[in-house]
Design a protein around this ligand. Structure first.
Ligand code: ADP
Ligand code: ZN
Length: 610
């Protein structure tokens, strides 16, 4: 920002540069604290708005703000987004050639930068530290922001050895404020960050980890492809991620979706680097791409307008689920986390743990995590409340934005059904899986049934009152509740556990969730890449015209669409139809620079489209 007679306030900058109406949650307090020279540790969920917490203080303080980030693939987009808002930003990482580096360094010394993004390995070079020394002497270091600060943790997935050496910033520039930021909430990581970065004196800001704009839904799997297609029909033309457990399933699902006319791409560690990069790039740059992926895809996916994350297989734990679904809806607009879940998931995951090479202690921990996830899948309570409770965050009541809130499941007394299921397992020597036991209960005879003499057992046919899906639901819930155990050594044979005894003896009752009747799939809305439906309050013709205009801009400038204007901005433009430059500036995400650059075109477009 060029110097003005009256220094702008944080709120001025929020309006004028970023085009936002108000600070969110603790942002205002954090900005104040850091702009005043204090150190901070900021724990905020993905999409919470961490960037403004260092961007605005950097603009308020004299000199340049240095942002350390390991995600070099994102720097270009981050810098483009800032430049679109009129902020003087640049980056330094290994993707730049020498000439570009020299030019950026020159700008740095000319005082022509407000923010400089830099990779940690670059920051730690003698050359760069010498640059910082000179800026420091001149009083031109506004602050250090250490993004993805959990990378200092040796126990985490994203450990970066260079991050530990970032303590040098504290030693070398004790007077420059530092702000560390992460979306990783656990207490151990938090303490590691404080200790390793020498931030013991820093103020810690902890936000709620709720993602209110994400709707959680878990459906019982019957025909997963049909179910996925129906789900996608509600997201026509929108970008999203479909997670599968195996590479093979990723390839097959992506190919099948393409046959259905959906712009799907596969991503997993078995693809060569060039293909992976190409697919990731297309996902980031183009609109409406569905990425079908293993969990190899995710780290550093900063795309703000991912509208859904679908799981075709159960993730490993609630931590993994929260992280994977968290990639949806960073821009705060409505987004969906959707998962299909079935009996097989329970059996496969239990076997995976039993058969793993891990020590007993590790297996015990993993079993505990799986149990928590299964209980969450089967819960009749609010999913959001239960999810946050798992992360030790208390939340009252129902959220109204998850499947169990929107359509509370019916509960029934499943004691007798459970007893029948368990006695079927007992009578057959605990040597069979759910499929055979269900046939037995339903009185479905076959050659094998007769050979085994199972059609002569007293339990044969006692369960004709429930259909097959109903029985699968019972077995799944018994497995999830730990009353039955799938024995990996015996090909997944179901065995009773100690916990089954009181139910079997009738000492405790068992309440079960009623299996939902599979919905007759709505005549599948054609999935089209061009047209996500306009939000209810928006003018559909205008919304479509704005999207087309944005796509054209993005193409012409070679930038992702969201860098030009984000979804929420389009939504507000199509809903409020601003008719003057002043009204335009009231729109979310339109600050002075964007108004100047695009204002006339947007106003003309709005006036022309009724
Ligand atoms: P994080 O880094 O915490 O994941 P970002 O800083 O990328 O989140 O912000 C997420 C989204 O929220 C961005 O699209 C950003 O523009 C928007 N945002 C952040 N703060 C505000 C605010 N105060 N008002 C409106 N939108 C905001
Ligand atoms: Zn809820």
């Amino acid at each position: 920002m060029s110097a003005t007679p009256n220094p702008p306030s944080a709120l001025d900058l929020l309006h004028r540069v970023f085009g936002y109406a108000a600070f969110r949650g603790p942002q205002a307090e954090i900005v104040d604290h850091v702009a005043g020279g204090g150190d901070a540790l900021v724990l905020m969920p993905t999409g919470g708005g961490k960037s403004l917490c260092f961007q605005i203080p950097a603009l308020l303080r004299p000199g340049v703000g240095i942002v350390v980030s390991p995600l070099i693939a994102l720097m270009q987009d981050q810098v483009d987004t800032l430049r679109e808002a009129g902020v003087r930003a640049a980056f330094l990482n290994s993707t730049l050639d020498f000439a570009a580096v020299v030019e950026t360094e020159k700008a740095l010394f000319a005082g022509a930068l407000d923010l400089l993004y830099v990779a940690p390995e670059r920051l730690l070079t003698e050359r760069f530290l010498n640059l910082l020394d000179r800026l420091n002497v001149a009083g031109k270091l506004a602050l250090f922001a250490i993004d993805e600060a959990h990378c200092v943790s040796q126990w985490g997935h994203d450990f970066r050895p260079e991050y530990i050496q970032l303590s040098v910033l504290h030693e070398r520039y004790p007077a420059v404020p530092r702000i560390a930021l992460t979306a990783t909430a656990d207490d151990l990581t938090r303490r590691e960050i404080l200790a390793r970065l020498g931030l013991e004196e820093a103020r810690v800001f902890i936000s709620s980890f709720d993602r209110p704009n994400i709707r959680y839904t878990v459906v019982e799997r019957d025909n997963p492809r049909r179910q996925l297609l129906d789900f996608l029909a509600g997201h026509a033309g929108e970008a999203g991620i479909v997670y599968c457990l195996s590479r093979k399933k990723v390839d097959e699902t992506a190919a099948w979706l393409v046959e259905q006319g959906i712009a799907a791409l596969p991503y997993h560690a078995g693809l060569d680097t060039a293909t992976r990069t190409k697919h990731q790039q297309r996902f980031l740059r183009e609109e409406g791409i569905v990425m079908v992926a293993t969990i190899a895809f995710g780290m550093g996916i900063d795309k703000p307008d991912v509208r859904f994350v679908a799981h075709l297989d159960l993730p490993k734990s609630l931590e993994a689920y929260y992280q994977e679904t968290g990639r949806a809806g960073r821009d705060g607009e409505p987004a969906e986390a959707w998962m299909t879940y079935g009996l097989n998931d329970v059996v496969i995951h239990r076997q995976r743990i039993d058969e793993s090479e891990a020590g007993e202690e590790q297996k015990r921990i993993e079993r505990g995590k799986l149990d928590a996830l299964l209980a969450w899948c089967e819960t009749a309570e609010c999913r959001r409340t239960r999810l946050l409770a798992y992360f030790a965050e208390a939340r009252e009541g129902r959220c109204g934005n998850c499947d169990t809130c929107l359509e509370p499941p019916e509960m029934w007394d499943g004691t007798v059904a459970a007893q029948k299921a368990m006695s079927a397992a007992l009578r057959t020597g605990q040597r069979f899986g759910a499929g055979h036991l269900i046939d037995l209960l339903r009185g479905k005879t076959s050659e094998r049934m007769q050979q085994l003499g199972h059609d002569a057992l007293p339990t044969f046919g006692v369960g004709a009152d429930l259909d097959e899906a109903g029985w699968r639901s019972v077995f799944r819930q018994l497995l999830a509740a730990g009353l039955l155990h799938a024995d990996a050594q015996a090909y997944g044979a179901l065995k009773l556990t100690e916990a089954a005894r009181p139910v079997l003896k009738g000492e405790t009752a068992l309440s079960l969730r009623r299996q939902r009747k599979a919905k007759k799939s709505a005549p599948a809305g054609r999935w089209s890449r061009q047209g996500p439906s306009a939000p209810a309050d928006a003018d559909p013709a205008l919304f479509a015209a704005l999207r087309a205009w944005r796509a054209e801009q993005a193409r012409a400038q070679g930038k992702p669409a969201y860098v030009i204007l984000n979804d929420k901005t389009l939504h507000e433009l199509a809903a409020h139809r601003p008719a003057s430059p002043e009204a335009l500036l009231e729109t979310h995400g339109i600050g002075a620079a964007k108004a100047e650059r695009y204002g006339a075109e947007l106003l003309a477009l709005i006036a022309a489209t009724c």
